[in-house]
Ligand binder design. Structure first.
Ligand SMILES: [Zn+2]
Length: 154
């Protein structure tokens, strides 16, 4: 519909009509995304006593590397705030791990920290024999760090 709009003569009747159509689709997609975020944050808040997340620097990312649409349009920030209040309502915790914590570079099994890790390396390989999906390895590290932070505060 966006492509159709670009072909319409600006200011024409058809242009106005098409513009409205595009706006409606944007609204619909926005609502679908929000609905999905509500459902996911609800089930996480129901199932877990605490959720540990990475506190990403959204401004820093927006202009640089591509981490997917969800983060670019701040969908992640919106999701975290939903998850945060849903957990809080239940007396549970959202624990944010510092964004400078090297969750991707550390081996979640032996603790060895790599100097470099390219974004293209989807599998984390360590000298200790650990072979893990990059994101799973990072998630385990975030969980461990979250638990450590929680213990320090409790
Ligand atoms: Zn290791």
């Amino acid at each position: 519909e966006q492509r159709k709009l670009s072909r319409c003569e600006k200011g024409s009747r058809n242009y106005q009509k098409q513009k409205k159509k595009v706006a409606l689709y944007h609204e619909k997609i926005k609502n679908q995304r929000k609905d999905f975020q509500h459902k996911l944050s609800y089930s996480l808040a129901e199932d877990y006593d605490a959720v540990c997340v990475e506190d990403l620097n959204l401004k820093g990312i927006a202009g640089g590397l591509h981490f997917g649409k969800g983060i670019q349009d701040n969908g992640y920030g919106q999701f975290l705030s939903m998850l945060g209040y849903k957990l809080e309502e239940r007396g549970k915790y959202l624990i944010k791990v510092d964004r400078y914590f090297a969750s991707s570079k550390i081996c979640s099994v032996c603790g060895h920290k790599k100097k470099e890790l390219a974004l293209s390396e989807r599998i984390y390989l360590c000298e200790c024999g650990n072979r893990m999906d990059r994101d799973v390895n990072a998630a385990v590290n975030i969980l461990k760090e979250g638990k450590r932070i929680y213990k320090k505060c409790a």
